[in-house]
Unconditional design. Structure first.
Length: 256
């Protein structure tokens, strides 16, 4: 809290709060939440909390009466074409301009905006993500005009689906259950994120060196010479190939 007070921090934004309650015990969740109770109730420098999360976080908040009293929930409703179509259209126009891409006319097509809203399950942020991915597809092929095909390719890459389940391709796009598809995508992404975190957890709080063999050797030698270390634990991301790469590319420079 002294840090917040010293630098005048009045609010803290916590994103992806729903992940805080996943696969945890009640005791660990209570300990996690207590940190934020104390921040909000600090006598000298109370902090305002801004939490963003998916609807899954409701359970985390509803189980705690203290948070219920201090938080004002604001639920973002799904987009619809009538109320949000024009905002989405302008947003995409800015994204295309920033990427230096010309619009051959898809932004003027109402059905395209409706398809994008449906493909993103009415989530503005997801629609923007899909649009950025489509821009990437367009730039990747060296084109200076973005069209529906780039959105179709980006959706296929994201969702790993056939054409009949791709709303940017299928004539019956309204019948595609994009919400279930998006939920499956999010679940798979969370699994990959947890696997990645578990795999590299050993690196937290330790020196991570990335570079060519000579660069790695020079950095290690520097630590030894300056007295910062007497030895190293080598933890390559892959075994045994990573250890073999270290032996072939780094060890010769250390022994020279």
């Amino acid at each position: 809290m002294n840090y917040f007070k010293e630098f005048g921090v009045a609010a803290v934004h916590l994103d992806e709060v729903q992940d805080s309650g996943r696969y945890k015990t009640k005791d660990s969740i209570d300990a996690f939440l207590k940190i934020f109770w104390n921040m909000m109730q600090h006598k000298e420098w109370p902090i305002c909390l801004i939490m963003t999360a998916t609807p899954e976080a409701r359970q985390l908040i509803n189980d705690d009466r203290t948070l219920q009293r201090r938080l004002k929930p604001m639920e973002m409703r799904p987009m619809n074409f009538v109320e949000d179509g024009q905002v989405l259209r302008k947003t995409l126009g800015h994204l295309f301009d920033d990427a230096g891409l010309a619009d051959p006319g898809i932004l003027s097509i109402d059905e395209f905006i409706k398809i994008l809203i449906h493909a993103s399950a009415g989530r503005f942020g997801v629609a923007v993500e899909m649009s950025i991915e489509a821009i990437g597809e367009c730039l990747g092929e060296g084109s200076d005009e973005i069209d529906m095909g780039h959105f179709a390719d980006a959706y296929e890459m994201r969702m790993d689906c056939d054409e009949e389940l791709n709303p940017f391709v299928s004539e019956n796009w309204k019948l595609i259950d994009t919400l279930t598809a998006l939920q499956r995508y999010e679940e798979e992404r969370q699994v990959k994120r947890r696997q990645f975190s578990a795999r590299f957890a050993a690196w937290r709080g330790h020196l991570l060196i990335v570079g060519k063999g000579r660069d790695v050797a020079d950095r290690m030698r520097e630590w030894i010479v300056e007295g910062a270390a007497e030895g190293f634990n080598v933890m390559p991301p892959l075994f045994p190939s990573g250890l073999q790469s270290f032996a072939l590319q780094v060890m010769p420079h250390l022994s020279s």
